[in-house]
Write a protein that binds this ligand. Sequence first.
Ligand SMILES: *Cc1c(COP(=O)(O)O)cnc(C)c1O
Length: 820
Amino acid sequence: MLSNQYSITEVKQIINAEGEIIKEDLISVLLTDSRRINIAAEGLFFALSGRRNGHEFIAEAYSAGVRNFVVKQGPEIKLPDANFLIVVDVLLALQTLARHHRNRFNLDVIGITGSNGKTIVKEWLYQLMAADKIIVRNPKSYNSQIGVPLSVWQINEKNNLGIFEAGISLPGEMEKLEAVIKPNIGILTHLGTAHDSGFENTREKVLEKLKLFKHCTLLIHNYDQLVDYQQDIPATTCFTWSRSFKQADLYVFSETVIKKNYYLRAIFREKEIECLIPFLDQASIENAIICWAALLALGYPAAEVDKRLERLNPVSMRLELKTGINDCSVIDDSYNSDIQSLEIALNFLNQQNQHHKKTLILSDIFQSGLQEDVLYKQVAELIKSKKVDKFIGVGTALLSRQEYFDVPEKFFFTDTTELLNNLLTPGFKSETILIKGSRSFEFERVSRALVQKTHETVMEINLNAMLNNLNYYKSKLKPGVKLMAMVKAFSYGSGTFELANMLQYNKVDYLAVAYTDEGISLRQAGITMPIMVLNAEQSAFDKLAEFKLEPVIYSFGLFDNFIKFVQQNDILNYPVHLKIDTGMHRLGFEPVDMDLLCDLLEENKYIRVLSMFSHLAASEAPEHDQFTREQIGRFEKAAGAIEDCLNYKVIKHLSNTSGITRWPSAQFDMVRLGIGLYGIDAAVPADDSALQPITSLKTSISQVKKLVAGDTVGYGRNGVMKNDGRIATVRIGYADGYLRAFGNGVGNMLVNGVLVPTIGNVSMDMCMIDVSGVEVKEGDEVIVFNEQHRIEELATQIGTIPYEILTNISQRVKRVYFYE
Ligand SMILES: *Cc1c(COP(=O)(O)O)cnc(C)c1O
């Protein structure tokens, strides 16, 4: 038997489950997400309850072919031929099984925790030691209560080192992860000071993190961080590093920049040693020092460590979605390649289904710890299950196994250069292309060939952050309350189908757009879920119907026109939404109109009212709470009147973002989430880690100039240099959405970590910033806004609201989506 193959009877014993085994099966794959079932054979599905009850997904998993389940209670309907293992706590059962698996192996395991840098340190240690160890590690940043057991499950008898990171957000979680990982070597990365909603205070959080090291015989950490915790360190031996404490095992005493490298000198075992790191930012430097300390602690010779550190590669954990040539979309994941991350990337490929055709460009995979034949059979099976239409294999190992791949179209090349010289052979048009290659194949060259050139100002959209925000609001909803995501105005400036696909994949109930055109674009990009149109224009009714979009009816005039339209087209029961004005005074029927509206609706066979809603005028503002309460009351009454005259149920909804946060009593049957999805909520403090901004706007410096006191800058000579200094011209102007109001020092931008003011008027395509005293050069990145320099701040500077800043960013600014 393979090392992670168990009989279902064995599993039953390990997790101490009830339930009858009706047929003996082998288990080798653990499944937790019914949307992502690739290999159903030998799969064991854990019906985990998160925001939704995992049991709701059993049927879906069953129809995907899964026959073994761990559940809290048996399914309501009988599913033939399946084993149900019944346990009290499904998550605990998953962890118990992984723990059992871990304990069968006697290998060194490094456990990593901290607030920042866990994934980078893990990936770098992998890069640094892959030459002499067969390493198993978490795919991407699978470090949660679910991700860790799934990662540990990958251990097999070939591995002689495990590197696992653990992330926590609540007290009590680390103990469970410790038991699953059981590290004998610990690494503590940077501890942040960020407000952490799950913990009373920093001390409580740090003590929780230290629990990972309970059974460690060696702990590598920064002495300066744990000065106040010396009594609480559980590990038997510590290897410390420090920039100030001379007695640390690795005392870093000198740091300088040499060309594009960072040169560090330190005292180790009373001798001076050195290393060169190919990174200049503070976070990377700290993470590299941690790796330096770790390798020394593990006994690598100092000179060897220096040699390896110099070759560190940046870790991009992101899957970037970019606009490609010939109407293609490109998912760029060209930094590494193993079967777990391939699976994650293929899931993302399936989620972004705007083009019908799905293409994978894959290189040979190294250091999998599996025999090549076994490995590539698994790869082939995965690719088949993910319904890839076109497969392009690069490398001799793939080339010699062409027959494994059962794909409609396939092409093989010996190396990257051969692929690049023959790009026309596979040809690319209107398809989504996933590029995934091992480092040595240099697939960034492939990505460069297939991605459209961009203007250097880009808006980056973090799809993980959006998912985080979505889940935050979902967690505020009472059971059964539906969620409508507002993606009007180009999703508040952040994109169209890219976000909508993510929302559809994550089973949001409804989408809403402002105009018919926006709905049509979504349909054309493959969005099939219901879409409500806030302002359906009469001239577009036929398009509305053709694309199955659902209009909001807000007045008697619109009502009449729409009824006429459906009548003429012989349509019955067309789904519509009714809007009631309870105090916003923008669109909607008045509460006094209800009787008349009832008369019109009764027995009307042409339309069917799916939902009824109103909009709050000031849900975020405590000073208007009395008014909001009145709006809620009016809505209840008006909606009740309509419901009485219709003899069917309709969905009632009222709350927008701050309504969800501040008015739990007003959730009715559904909420409409807008700006909160994009990480902004006037009712959630900006330093609360619960919400994450999803967008950042970046540009770059095109020229730097030395000026003297009295020189003027820009049109109208409004910018005047007070002293001698330097300015930089950056590639963003009011035509990009950086409004003129930001000029003359009102706005500021982040350059190399320093906030600098604008100087002079903002031009159409450019503006100038005062960089006196700041180290900058042409080409440097300039941040207009991101998670540190926030949109809220920009809005305050020019007296507007974040909504306006976001939606003003013009379409010529390229959007790049990424998914970690
Ligand atoms: C835009 C909009 C919302 C979303 O509002 P946020 O404050 O962004 O959450 C909700 N309902 C209607 C009718 C809207 O037009």
